[in-house]
Design a protein around this ligand. Sequence first.
Ligand SMILES: NC(=O)c1ccc[n+]([C@@H]2O[C@H](COP(=O)([O-])OP(=O)(O)OC[C@H]3O[C@@H](n4cnc5c(N)ncnc54)[C@H](OP(=O)(O)O)[C@@H]3O)[C@@H](O)[C@H]2O)c1
Length: 251
Amino acid sequence: MSSIAITGASSGIGKAIAEVYARKGFDLILGARRTEKLDAVAQELKSLGAKSIHSLKLDVRSDESVLKWTEAAFKAFPKLDILVNNAGLVLGRDTVETGSIDDWMTILDTNVMGVLRLCRQFLPKFRENDHGHVVMIGSIAGHQVYEGGSVYCASKFGVKAIAETLRLELNGTQIRVSSIDPGMVETEFSEVRFKGDKEKAKAVYQGMTPLSAHDIAETIEFCTSRPAHVNIDDIRIMPTAQASATKVHRT
Ligand SMILES: NC(=O)c1ccc[n+]([C@@H]2O[C@H](COP(=O)([O-])OP(=O)(O)OC[C@H]3O[C@@H](n4cnc5c(N)ncnc54)[C@H](OP(=O)(O)O)[C@@H]3O)[C@@H](O)[C@H]2O)c1
């Protein structure tokens, strides 16, 4: 039986990943801060036929929470196959001159330190097993910058740097590292960015067809189901209507 650990599984891309792998018959360990939402996801997955689902509170900003979640994951599935570093967020669209330092700390601590905390705990175990696949959810924002996106872009450029470094550090092992880097995906992401302003969030996707969370989940499943000698380093995946971080065709 194969197993997968997914951070940020309470909504959006993380939830869609859980659904895709549940349908494939994987055992799952799901983590996020909102446990009611996480438990609701686990219930839904059970109705899809998933048998072994552990949904456990996880705050990727806390060393202790990451440690507990990792221990639970490997206790349940000692030969765990996949870690998806999906938990992440952006807050605001302010310039460097006007942004909030608290927001910046939250973005960097979640998106960069969160990934590092998870990798720090999972990799020694993957190395012991000489087996495992780390999947990062990067972004087009890790390749191109945009005004009002300095700190989010810095965080996703950071994730790209961590993935590339890991491939060097893990060379010679059977551990694989992939990064999936999407353009616009319609999830709770924009609502979180605009701090609950649903109108502003909706406007982001107006007049264009964004990617769905399911599109990203299927791409990840493709990467992790390649034969053991194949490592997909990165995939940049965009809506057809989006040509760059800043150029979007709208009707
Ligand atoms: N949507 C896009 O356009 C887009 C494009 C490129 C990349 N991405 C990336 O995709 C990933 C998933 O985002 P999404 O679009 O699916 O947005 P989303 O619907 O807002 O989901 C974000 C997930 O991250 C979790 N999370 C946030 N902070 C956390 C923390 N401290 N500890 C644990 N979990 C935490 C949230 O759960 P809780 O709030 O319950 O903790 C939620 O499950 C992020 O890394 C994002 O940067 C998104």
